[in-house]
Design a protein around this ligand. Sequence first.
Ligand code: SF4
Length: 412
Amino acid sequence: TPIQTVSADPAPRRQTVGVDVGGVLVGGGAPVVVQSMTNTDTADIDSTVAQVAALSRAGSEIVRITVDRDEAAAAVPKIRERLERLGLNVPLVGDFHYIGHKLLADHPACAEALAKYRINPGNVGFRDKRDKQFAAIVEMAIRYDKPVRIGVNWGSLDQELLTTLMDANNAQPQPLSARAVTREAIIQSALLSAALAEEIGLPKSRIILSAKVSQVQDLIAVYRDLSRRTDHALHLGLTEAGMGSKGIVASSAAMGILLQDGIGDTIRVSLTPEPGGDRTREVQVAQELLQTMGFRQFIPIVAACPGCGRTTSTVFQQLAEKIQSDIRENMPLWREKYPGVEALNVAVMGCIVNGPGESKHADIGISLPGTGETPAAPVFVDGKKVTTLRGSTIAAEFQTMVADYIENRFGK
Ligand code: SF4
């Protein structure tokens, strides 16, 4: 049989106009940016600073905060200042709804401190007030030299536009489904708002678009269409993705397909946190999505098999978990000390069935003994078997070998 070429490459990234968000480039060929959003009351400065700091340290490259009232707007410059004192320059985005035009006008220090304003064209104002209030925010962005994200969400879609399109659709001989018209309304809302912003004087290089829905197939359809119709930078996110594994799976499925199509310049994984849960989880999931798809590298990845009836002990799971948690803990230091360490691949495997093969694909890998196998654990480095560990100290010895490998390969 002739050897076939099996391509593993995603589609080329769509060319979009790059937007500088407080020093972070979104679009224009830049790596896909990870962002997140706080769920604290922005007027509570201590809590908001703590959560932005946690998100930033977890790897969120842009953080959005709600600016919903005067107290929140007044807190924004203080939050910015406190973050800078902590040495954190992560760009802050103000999320405005309903009264953004008023808050920005009344709080110039807030307008200045933010790196970007998010406008929701579905609730910026209604009827005759809508365009005026939209224009007021865009004019503030021009005055303060800031970009905006025009963020459409089907939960707060421009009802006038939707009604107009529904009426036009119903007058057609073969009307489309209401859902298809809603998708079109989402796209048109984003495109018409962007055109209006540009007419007012905001250049395309300061406009990012998003068009979020909560259903996977709708999101894919909307963004595929949107990306064909514009070269604005695009922010991806499945809104209201949900809790736990459902939110992770739905977000990864939807955004994974779009990213594979070359669509998306920045992503947010919107997870509903468990009560008291860790907000940084969404940053970790976004990073893992980008890394497992090969778009970016954030942290060394540990490949581990799921285990099966051939492994009755939990030694290999414990070792895999220990190595991954050591990596997480040490990453802030390792980034400084070991440039390029993000690319490291470690394999911890449960038995000889796939253990040696998988370990050979990793930079350093171990195949632990399964039930009934000789109590020996071959270790592979750069695809070659270098030693076999035995006895009760296998885990500790392998950890030392991983540390040595990192030092030798990535040490300055
Ligand atoms: Fe089971 Fe071995 Fe495969 Fe792991 S490598 S899943 S222990 S057969």
